[in-house]
Design a protein around this ligand. Sequence first.
Ligand SMILES: *Cc1c(COP(=O)(O)O)cnc(C)c1O
Length: 411
Amino acid sequence: MLKRVDQEIYWRIKQEQEKQRSVINLIASENYVSKAVLQAVGSVMTNKYAEGYPGNRCYGGCQFVDMIEEIAIERARKLFKVEHANVQPHAGSQANMAVYFATLQPGDRILAMNLRAGGHLTHGREANFSGKLYRCFFYNVSRETEKIDYEEVARIARKESPKLIICGASSYPRIIDFAAFARIAQEVGALLMADIAHISGLVATGLHPSPGPWCDFITSTTHKTLRGPRGGMILCRKQYAQAIDSAIFPGLQGGPLLHVIAGKAVAFKEAMSPAFSVYQRQVLNNAFILSKELEKRGYRLVSGGTDNHLFLLDLRKVGLTGLEAEKALERVGIIVNHNPIPYDPLPPSITSGIRLGTAAVTTRGMGENDMVQIAEWIDAALKKREKCQIQQQLSRQIRRFAREFPVQPAD
Ligand SMILES: *Cc1c(COP(=O)(O)O)cnc(C)c1O
């Protein structure tokens, strides 16, 4: 039908689908949803208005969407072992915004991770609402270890007395010690929010410590390691339920995206299955193998390695910028993003590093042997980037390889 109604969009979707099948996707924040999630998100649920919450809507005819949202909430609570869940945030950014609206006044102080050390733009970047509305202070990683220095976090927290401390990041390859953050927050009387956008799949399966016992608020996307539809969620204790719910609606959103909430419910169910634990374990194994294989070939790993699904390569030693590496890899069909490394001397538009993650390739069924092969290809694509013939040969090999691993829908 789409093909008949709108050729322009139809063919571009087809092209995107073909591209997704033909490349090796190492973007750490991306994943591929299941066919079941795709069906839920592409369903008639998109037709329904349901401002409000189950049992208390501004519209009639909500009996079925109420059930779906209730199921999604129940599953989120069970999966993350928390008292309250709000599944309405349109994305991770809105989830964070809602926590700030529920807890802060404009001008209040936030302490978060430095963006160039791995933090997210909603954690206080100047151009973002968070940086405009609040006074933001930042902790960095240690220059020596490139890991969070909890002493340093405590020192800044004592000095600046933030009302909210944020832990969680977009490009931090190490375990985050939520208990250590909780001790600091308690000492200075701050609220604590964990943004687990990247690692929520690992948290759900117990492969990263849970912030549940330690944090007042947990926010996450649902589309990264959790492998659900593009969206956000907020988890918290009962005492904050009312404040969070009203911050989302009527505070900052109108009608919820019920088709996406249906997709979130399906993804939560999938995440409770034993197969999902096996998948997350494989994501970790793949990240470990891929990083080690690249290290063997002369690339420096930021912080010396990884504990999660992603890692950063420092390319200064091999004489490349992050942007150059991203482009060289894209030319042969390997997709990554350029990313600042800690204390990066280059601007964010260029950077000295790239970020690689294994959530997406693992969903497609790639395993340890494939990681060794991919490391070999990355190395060749970067070191022989001037050799046209080798590049063409690599492109063909990578395309043939990638197409053996399906992306849903497989037809
Ligand atoms: C991805 C991400 C978000 C939210 O991103 P959206 O694009 O708004 O869904 C929030 N925080 C962190 C740490 C992230 O990595």
